[in-house]
Design a protein around this ligand. Structure first.
Ligand SMILES: Nc1ncnc2c1ncn2[C@@H]1O[C@H](COP(=O)(O)OP(=O)(O)O)[C@@H](O)[C@H]1O
Ligand SMILES: Cc1ncc(COP(=O)(O)O)c(N)n1
Length: 268
């Protein structure tokens, strides 16, 4: 049977991130993608209230529908926005989530939109992180979870990836995309050993959806039965090509190109 992956996340109407990035990424990995939408994010220059949260019952109904009709080999969560949705998601994962679970602790979008309420950070830490096989914070998210400023050097990244492991996920993947003076280095910690995933830094501002694409790609790899280090390695190649061939539509931060690896291959 085709591997199946469910993403519980927000809709990013402009197509680069969130559920849209997840489903495009799942398709590129030949896995069957499903979604439970937590909120619709439609920020633009015309409206200033661009986040439309789903009621908890809607998120529950979507997960029940996909799990009862299809089932899943892996799950991922992205934008969860409220404490109530986080609590409901934790219940759903306990009921259905006996499969690898990738938690992307989405907090702030690249355009500056708040994607997790401040008062929900503690619930994320207490209720969801202990259920995760892997969490994939960026530098700012790592700082927020640890209650201090974001790491600014590779030494601080190494310190933080180790501390984050005590929150209860099996693995922590700390993404170093935000360290602009360094190559794009991410650190994976399993409680014993820190493993490094490195690519060259691509000179672009168009990285919207990079984190979503990376975590969705990891979830797809795990659904196919890859061990964590291989799933991350494959996903790192996938997201690097998606950034290399990012799409600029002329306004603001453009989109990672989810089909890049299929169309252009991997740069040697
Ligand atoms: N300019 C870049 N060139 C190459 N890789 C990058 C670049 N920016 C980010 N990455 C990589 O993209 C992935 C997503 O990371 P990051 O942008 O830090 O996450 P997020 O989108 O959650 O903020 C990581 O593997 C990171 O190293
Ligand atoms: C609905 C939604 N979810 C997540 C992100 C984060 O995107 P990124 O992968 O660029 O951090 C986003 N911008 N919108």
């Amino acid at each position: 049977m085709i591997p199946r992956v469910l993403s519980i996340a927000g809709s990013a109407s402009q197509g680069s991130a969130g559920i849209q990035a997840d489903l495009k990424t799942f398709e590129e990995h030949d896995v069957y993608g499903m979604s439970a939408v937590t909120a619709l994010v439609a920020n633009n220059s015309v409206t200033d209230t661009g986040v439309f949260t789903q009621p908890v019952g809607s998120v529950q109904a979507q997960v029940h529908a996909s799990m009862e009709h299809v089932g899943a080999d892996a799950m991922k969560t992205g934008m969860l926005f409220t404490k109530e949705i986080i609590e409901a998601t934790a219940e759903l994962l306990k009921r259905y989530g006996q499969v690898p679970y990738v938690l992307d602790p989405v907090m702030i979008g690249k355009m500056g939109t708040q994607l997790l309420k401040e008062e929900a950070v503690e619930s994320l830490k207490e209720e969801l992180i202990p259920l995760a096989e892997v969490i994939t914070p960026n530098l700012q998210e790592a700082g927020k979870l640890l209650g201090r400023s974001a790491p600014e050097t590779s030494e601080e990244m190494e310190r933080d990836v180790k501390e984050l492991h005590s929150f209860g996920a099996d693995y922590v993947l700390l993404k170093g995309g935000g360290l602009s003076d360094y190559p794009a280095v991410d650190l994976l910690f399993d409680g014993t050993e820190v493993k490094e995933y490195r690519s060259e830094r691509i000179d672009t501002i168009h990285t919207s959806g990079a984190g979503c694409t990376y975590s969705a790609s990891i979830a797809a790899g795990l659904a196919k039965g890859l061990p964590m280090d291989r799933a991350v390695e494959e996903a790192k190649h996938f997201v690097t090509e998606a950034i290399r061939h990012a799409l600029s539509f002329g306004e603001g931060i453009g989109s990672t190109y989810h089909a890049a690896e299929r169309i252009f291959g991997r740069k040697k």
